[in-house]
Design a protein around this ligand. Structure first.
Ligand SMILES: CC(C)(COP(=O)(O)OP(=O)(O)OC[C@H]1O[C@@H](n2cnc3c(N)ncnc32)[C@H](O)[C@@H]1OP(=O)(O)O)[C@@H](O)C(=O)NCCC(=O)NCCS
Length: 156
């Protein structure tokens, strides 16, 4: 949990608290994926993704990657895995909110076929708008699914 909180604080203006993460871990519709990386000092947490699966939709609530491990495909692996798993479990669509200013994340979602379907004005604490992005899971090339190093959360 300490690693998650450290990455979270390093990644967001208004980071989730430990309590929010713990609530997610007990929420029946919430799923967490983590990527761990083998380094000289041992295994460290590279990133995590939290999503909800409700009926035939998933919603990505949180995704972050350790700063020094970005641009190595960690987030791509987690999103692909979440989409693949949830599609196998009957999900047809994926949605999320992203800050209007977060161009790196928007570019990443664009690679998965997400498009902007709406705007939530002043959604964030800083009054910044959120773009609502969505993608249809059937249209997304999912590859082979589970890859080494992407696991269920809960023990981070
Ligand atoms: C957004 C974030 C999760 C991406 O994680 P990542 O592991 O670095 O992403 P990937 O390596 O899988 O990158 C996938 C693609 O996204 C785009 N991308 C990612 N970071 C980018 C950046 N800084 N600038 C431009 N494009 C970027 C690129 O198209 C990239 O593909 P490429 O490296 O082949 O060009 C990471 O930057 C992060 O933790 N940011 C802070 C938290 C955050 O903004 N979360 C999203 C909230 S909606």
């Amino acid at each position: 949990m300490e690693e998650i909180i450290a990455i979270e604080r390093d990644s967001f203006l208004t980071p989730w608290s430990e309590k929010i993460f713990r609530n997610e871990m007990t929420c029946p519709v919430s799923r967490m994926l983590v990527v761990r990386s083998h380094q000289r000092q041992g295994k460290i947490l590279a990133g995590y993704l939290v999503y909800w699966h409700v009926e035939n939709e998933i919603h990505i609530h949180n995704i972050a990657v350790r700063k020094e491990m970005r641009r190595k495909g960690v987030a791509t692996r987690m999103i692909a895995e979440a989409m693949c798993r949830s599609r196998r479990q009957g999900a047809l669509r994926v949605t999320l909110e992203v800050r209007r200013s977060n161009l790196p994340a928007q570019k990443m979602y664009g690679k998965f076929g997400f498009t902007v379907e709406g705007v939530r004005r002043g959604y964030y604490d800083s009054h910044e708008d959120a773009l609502i992005m969505s993608a249809y899971l059937q249209a997304i090339p999912l590859g082979t699914g589970t890859k080494n190093g992407t696991g269920e959360g809960g023990d981070a």
